[in-house]
Design a protein around this ligand. Structure first.
Ligand code: HEM
Length: 479
C-alpha cells in the first residue's frame, strides 16, 4: 500500500503508466492511495468499512456527470444512495440479468452474421486475406448493444453514426479531467473544450431522443423482450436531493446519459477484450486449434452458430479468463472515502475525500497467487491440467484475498459481467469456427503491447490474415 497526501501525490504519478497519468490526472492531483496488496484490496472493496459502505467513486469525468453539473445522469457517476440503488437494480434485474440473456439471442446472431460477412468481404477483396479486424469487431458490438438498448430496426447508417459519436466521446474523456475539480471555473477557463463537449452531447441527443420518443409512444406487445430504454421509460426514481419528493420519471437528459453509458460501457470494453483474445490466439496457433477442437467436439457441424453453449466450453473459458487477468480492459478501479466511511489503515483513519486506486493489472499478477504470472497460460484455469477452475466471483476473493478483479468488486462491481462473458465467448467461438486466423508479417505482425488510457486497448489495432473455413475443413483441422 502506498499512501500519499497532497504534497506527495506526485509519487502516485511516478508509479503509473504515462497514459494512465494523463487520462486520470484530474483525480490523481487529489490526495490518493494506491492499493497493490490483495488482502487490503479485499478488505476495502468487498468487506467495505465501519459505518459507511466505501462505495463511492471520485467526482466523475464522464460526460454525463460533467454536463449535468454532477446531477449524475448515469449509474457510474451516481453516488451510493437511493437513485443509484434503483437504477442499478433496474439494469441488473432486467436487461443484464444472467437468466434473461437468451432473450437477445437473435440480436447476437444478427451481429455475428454482419461481422462474419464484413470480415469475409475484407479478406476476399484483399489479395492475401489481410483484414483490419479491430474496426469490424467494434462495429458489430455497437450494433448488438444498440438493439439491446433501443430494440430492433434501428437504421444501419444511424448505428454507424452513433458508434462514431460514442467513439469521439470516449476519445475526448482524457480532456475532461479539467472539469473534475472546480467545474464552474473550469468551464470558463476551458471554454473551447466545454463547447466541444456540449456539441458532442447535442449530436448524441439528436440521434437518441427520436429513438427514445418512438419507443415511448409505441404500443408494446405482451410478452415481448424489453429494450433497456423501455425499462428506463417505465422506471420511477427517488430524488437524492429531496427525499420527501415522490419518485419521478427520468428526464430526457438522464435517459440519454444512461443509454450512452450502456452503449459505451458495453461496447468499448468487450470490443477491446475480444481483440486481446483473438490477438493471443493469432500469436499462438496451437491454442487457436485447441479452441476449435473443443468447439467442434461440442457443436454439430451443421449448426448455424455456436450459441449459449459457449459458456460450458472449459478451454475457451480458460483463454478468456487468462486474457482478463493479463490484459484487463478497465485500467483502474476507483473509490473515494466519504464522510460516513471509516477506513482505518495501519492504525490511522484515511481522511474523507482521499481517492483510493486499485490497479487491476498488478493486483492480478502476484507471484504468491500465480505461477509465472507474466506468462499467458490458460491451463492455469483448468483443473485437469494441474490448474484450478475458478469462477470470477471466487477470484474476486472468496478466500479473503483478491486474485483478479477485471470487473471490479463489491457493491459497485460491473453489472455487465455475465453479458460480457457471454459476448466474449460467443464471438470468439464463432470467429474461430468461421476462419483460420494467421499472423501477418513485418510491421503488420500482432503486437501484444497495451496502450493504457481510460480503457486498456491494443497499441496497434488487431490485423490478421484470415482464411474462410468450410464446416468440413474446420472439423478436419481438428483431426
Ligand atoms: C470485458 C467487459 C467489461 C469489463 C472488463 C468491465 C469492467 C468494469 C469495471 C472494472 C467496472 C468498475 C467496477 C468497480 O468500481 O468495482 C465497471 C463498472 C460498470 N460497468 Fe463494466 N465492464 C465490462 C462490460 C460491461 C458491460 C457489457 C456493461 C453493460 C452493458 C457494463 C456496464 C457497467 C456499468 C453501468 C458500470 C458502473 C456500475 C456502478 O457504478 O454501479 N460493463 N465495469
Amino acid at each position: 500500500v502506498r499512501r500519499h497526501g497532497h504534497a506527495s501525490s506526485k509519487a502516485v504519478y511516478t508509479r503509473l503508466a504515462t497514459s494512465v497519468k494523463s487520462t486520470f490526472a484530474g483525480w490523481l492531483r487529489q490526495p490518493a492511495i494506491v492499493i497493490r496488496d490483495r488482502a487490503t484490496a479485499h478488505r476495502l472493496l468487498v468487506r467495505g468499512c465501519v459505518g459507511g459502505s466505501f462505495s463511492n467513486r471520485p467526482p466523475s469525468m464522464a460526460p454525463s456527470a460533467v454536463l449535468s453539473h454532477r446531477r449524475y445522469h448515469n449509474l457510474t457517476s451516481a453516488p451510493y444512495g437511493p437513485f443509484w440503488r434503483v437504477t442499478r437494480r433496474n439494469l441488473t434485474s432486467e436487461v443484464l440479468h444472467p437468466l434473461r440473456l437468451h432473450r437477445y439471442a437473435a440480436a447476437r446472431r444478427d451481429a455475428l452474421c454482419d461481422l462474419v460477412a464484413d470480415l469475409k468481404n475484407q479478406c476476399t477483396s484483399s489479395p492475401d486475406g489481410l483484414v483490419l479486424a479491430a474496426e469490424s469487431i467494434r462495429t458489430a458490438m455497437f450494433g448488438l448493444l444498440t438493439t439491446m438498448c433501443f430494440g430492433d430496426g434501428v437504421d444501419a447508417g444511424l448505428i454507424r453514426a452513433m458508434a462514431d459519436a460514442q467513439h469521439d466521446l470516449v476519445q475526448f474523456f482524457p480532456e475532461l479531467r479539467v472539469f473534475a475539480k472546480l467545474p464552474v471555473a473550469a468551464r470558463l477557463i476551458h471554454r473551447q473544450r466545454w463547447s466541444k463537449l456540449v456539441a458532442l452531447r447535442r449530436k448524441q441527443e439528436e440521434m437518441y431522443l427520436p429513438l427514445i420518443h418512438a419507443r415511448r409512444s409505441r404500443q408494446r406487445k405482451s410478452g415481448e423482450t424489453p429494450a433497456y430504454v423501455d425499462t428506463l421509460i417505465d422506471l420511477r426514481v427517488p430524488d437524492d436531493h429531496n427525499k420527501r419528493r415522490r419518485p419521478r420519471r427520468l428526464t430526457d437528459g438522464e435517459l440519454v446519459g444512461m443509454c450512452s453509458e450502456f452503449l459505451g460501457a458495453g461496447t468499448e470494453t468487450v470490443a477491446a477484450a475480444l481483440q486481446w483474445i483473438m490477438a493471443n490466439l493469432v500469436k499462438r496457433p496451437h491454442m487457436q486449434e485447441a479452441v476449435r477442437r473443443e468447439i467442434n467436439a461440442a457443436v454439430d457441424a451443421d449448426a448455424e452458430e455456436v450459441g449459449e453453449e459457449v459458456l460450458g466450453l472449459e478451454y475457451l473459458n480458460a483463454v478468456v479468463m487468462e486474457v482478463l487477468r493479463l490484459y484487463p480492459t478497465a485500467t483502474l478501479v476507483f473509490r473515494q472515502v466519504s464522510e460516513q466511511d471509516d477506513i482505518i489503515h495501519d492504525g490511522q483513519r484515511i481522511p474523507t475525500g482521499t481517492n483510493v486506486l486499485f490497479p487491476l493489472k498488478s493486483l492480478a499478477q502476484d507471484k504468491a497467487t500465480w505461477v509465472n504470472p507474466d506468462e499467458f497460460k490458460p491451463e492455469r484455469f483448468l483443473a485437469d491440467k494441474g490448474g484450478e477452475s475458478i469462477s470470477l466471483v471466487a477470484a474476486a476473493g472468496s478466500g479473503g484475498e483478491i486474485r483478479m478483479i477485471p470487473f471490479g468488486a463489491g457493491r459497485r462491481v460491473c453489472p455487465g459481467m455475465a453479458v460480457a462473458m457471454l459476448h466474449m465467448g460467443y464471438f470468439t467461438a464463432n470467429l474461430v469456427r468461421e476462419f483460420e486466423w494467421r499472423e501477418a508479417k513485418g510491421e503488420l505482425a500482432v503486437y501484444l503491447r497495451p496502450h493504457f488510457g481510460f480503457f486498456t486497448v491494443m497499441k496497434h489495432p488487431l490485423r490478421a490474415h484470415l482464411a474462410v473455413l468450410t464446416r468440413r475443413e474446420g472439423a478436419r483441422k481438428e483431426e
